[in-house]
Design a binder for this molecule. Structure first.
Ligand code: ZN
Length: 677
């Protein structure tokens, strides 16, 4: 994959491990309703924007305009995820809101769930597993219901073209296919390439790269669709104001410029100016300049990301999906990560990694805890709980990066979490008690270590290409950051720094990590499938490797009790040594660009699933009747204007329902034509 460093630390779903979702009667403590509706494999939550009311009017207004810019890109992601998604969303919403259709029929109810899943995934494929949804309603019913929609509203949609996309399981079966040995472009439904083969795309970008500056390479391909023109030439269609997605980008730019007047300092204004320039030109050097300004702009309380950022949605790892987040600093919690950052060099120097791969000067880690104010694009409704940007390796090396933990989202997961998973999957009551006591703290700390130190640690040997691990790159990178966190969460240094209550607390993280990696994360995979997603592969890799290598000493065991399998950890100190050993090996693989080493590790430990265990885990999990994935409903910001059109206050409200929010977004922030080239 292209990127060395990744944004999405622990994806929202990562938390499932020990902190399973809850049924809605397992409610929270502070009067705020964190859990909301539940459908399919999804649980909707709300997050509280702690401290919004205490911001200044200027800051609130800034957040309001930035949040509008964050919502105007929504259609882009739908189209990136699949070329029919916007049309399918439109068809389903038209039927959903049509009173002439019987809302009580079984087909309608099945369609409602399907539509809610489409909203959740920003398309017709599962947001995590990438497989196409199986509709629970019939094609006949859909055609009939569409026929009842007013002719004027049907625009130029051809239902005959759409039906096979929804109903034929062989068409666009996977959004992103990473299976070895197939043409990954031909077999992936995402809309990043048209009419080109994987080989052609790879050759195209190899040639582009060869023309570029090897010391400061731009992220080739990140902001365009690769197509063949009418003469058969391979060309990029850029996502810019006057290009592809131009209608959406124009609105985003309009609101960024409105926000600009309320920026907190001059540097932040220039960050916005640079981003706007990039959105207008599509110039990737401008994007790097923007990233540098953004990294350096650490003073303001309010910050934001808005753009083409993550490459997980492209099987070749080049094209970036659109996403946005607006946030502001949580001053108290930030002290925690600042403590880690201040000591970054100590952690680097004392890690078990070979000294050749260590950074002499770890710099530029700006760690903070933020509260999300709005989520958009590929961060919504399913989201990350930490961010580490920018992705450009040389920018990170020369200018540093920003690492954040999104405190109010983590908090919402914790508050909504129930005890079901722990009670079912922990080996002993002692383990359950340990997790109840420490897991929230150690989980946060592990995320901080992963983000603030893990991704920023280590270096490539001179001459090693950051892309050399190819499709294994993201798994290896996430494993590296996770292992850094696992190794250090047990270090007495953390007690000394006052970050962890006592020397035993780390065991909660070790237990929940091993239980997740060996067993409970399997709840998110259908029986018969392999592990595909990079974060999940990384967790399986770490857990299985340590299980294997510690087998002789019985460090970690899988034991049977009453016919059920449990993870039992016998020797926490030895487990820490194994984490350290694997960290050293993974860093070596990365630093040397050892593709075969990466392939062997990932394919041996991170991909395959023991089907008997998988079946058992699913059965036990299904009995708990929990939702494996969670996502968020955004709050609603309503500005109060005076008679001159100036904002005098911004109100925040948490009562909008999921469906109302989605329908409102589809209406108010609809920017792209339904039939996009
Ligand atoms: Zn990460």
């Amino acid at each position: 994959m292209k990127r060395i460093a990744f944004t999405m630390v622990v994806s929202a779903m990562a938390l499932v491990g020990c902190k399973g979702p809850v049924d809605s009667n397992d409610q929270q403590t502070d009067g705020f309703e964190y859990s909301n509706e539940r459908f399919a494999d999804l649980q909707m939550l709300r997050y509280k924007v702690e401290g919004f009311e205490n911001l200044t009017l200027k800051q609130k207004t800034f957040i309001y305009y930035l949040s509008e810019a964050a919502l105007y890109g929504r259609d882009i992601l739908y189209d990136q995820n699949g070329r029919y998604n916007l049309r399918i969303r439109y068809i389903l919403e038209s039927i959903y809101t049509n009173d002439a259709v019987d809302h009580e029929s079984e087909d309608f109810k099945a369609m409602e769930i399907y539509l809610k899943r489409v909203w959740f995934s920003n398309g017709i494929h599962h947001h995590y597993g990438c497989e196409k949804f199986v509709p629970g309603f019939s094609e006949e019913w859909l055609r009939d219901a569409w026929a009842k929609v007013d002719a004027k509203e049907k625009v130029s949609i051809d239902i005959d073209e759409i039906c096979p996309v929804i109903f034929n399981p062989d068409i666009m079966a996977k959004r992103v296919n990473l299976a070895e040995g197939e043409d990954l472009i031909a077999t992936s439904a995402c809309n990043y390439y048209q009419g080109v083969t994987q080989k052609e795309a790879e050759d195209f970008y190899l040639a582009e790269k060869a023309k570029g500056d090897p010391e400061h390479p731009v992220m080739f391909g990140m902001n365009s669709r690769l197509v063949k023109d009418s003469d058969g030439n391979i060309v990029e269609k850029r996502w810019v104001s006057d290009g592809l997605y131009g209608q959406a980008i124009t609105k985003i730019v309009e609101y960024l410029l409105k926000a600009r007047d309320y920026a907190e300092d001059e540097l932040q204004k220039s960050v916005i100016d640079k981003l706007v320039e990039y959105y207008r030109t599509g110039n990737l050097h401008t994007f790097d300049e923007y990233s540098i300004l953004w990294v350096e702009n650490t003073k303001p309380l309010v910050d934001f990301t808005n753009g083409f950022i993550e490459c997980y949605g492209d099987p070749l790892g080049l094209k970036c999906s659109w996403e946005a987040i607006v946030n502001f600093k949580d001053v108290e919690a930030t002290k925690r990560t600042e403590t880690l950052s201040k000591n970054a060099q100590w952690f680097e120097d004392n890690s078990p990694v070979d000294s050749r791969f260590k950074k002499e000067n770890v710099k530029g880690i700006s760690a903070k805890v933020i509260n999300a104010a709005i989520l958009g694009g590929d961060l919504f409704p399913s989201t990350a709980i930490g961010i580490n940007l920018p992705n450009s390796d040389w920018v990170r090396k020369e200018h540093g990066s920003k690492s954040v933990t999104i405190g109010n989202l983590t908090d919402a997961y914790n508050k909504a979490a129930g005890s079901g998973m722990r009670n079912e999957f922990c080996y002993s009551q002692e383990d359950i008690n340990m997790l109840n006591k420490y897991a929230d703290i150690t989980d946060d700390l592990h995320t901080d270590l992963h983000e603030c130190l893990g991704h920023g640690s280590g270096k490539l040997l001179p001459g090693v290409d950051g892309d050399s691990l190819k499709a294994y790159g993201s798994t290896i990178e996430e494993a590296r950051a996770d292992l850094f966190g696992l190794y250090y969460v047990a270090d007495p240094k953390l007690v000394e720094l006052g970050l962890i209550p006592d020397a035993d607390a780390y065991k909660a993280q070790y237990y929940s990590y091993m239980m997740n990696g060996l067993m409970t994360q399997l709840v998110r995979i259908n029986l018969g499938n392999n592990i595909e997603e990079a974060h999940m592969r990384n967790r399986a890799l770490i857990a299985h490797w340590c299980y294997e290598k510690g087998k002789a000493d019985k460090v970690v065991e899988l034991v049977k009790k009453d016919g059920k399998t449990f993870v039992k950890i016998n020797d926490y100190e030895k487990l820490r040594q194994l984490f350290g050993k694997l960290l050293a090996e993974i860093q070596r693989v990365k630093s040397e660009g050892d593709f075969l080493g990466a392939q062997k590790l990932v394919e041996t430990y991170g991909v395959k699933i023991d089907s008997a265990l998988h079946k058992e885990v699913l059965e036990r999990y299904n009995k708990l009747n929990l939702a494996p994935y969670k996502g968020f409903i955004n709050p609603v910001y309503t500005p109060v204007f005076d008679k001159d059109g100036k904002i005098t206050d911004v109100k925040i409200d948490y009562t909008e329902t999921y469906a109302d929010q989605m329908l409102r977004y589809s209406h108010a922030y609809r920017t792209l034509p339904l039939i996009n080239e």
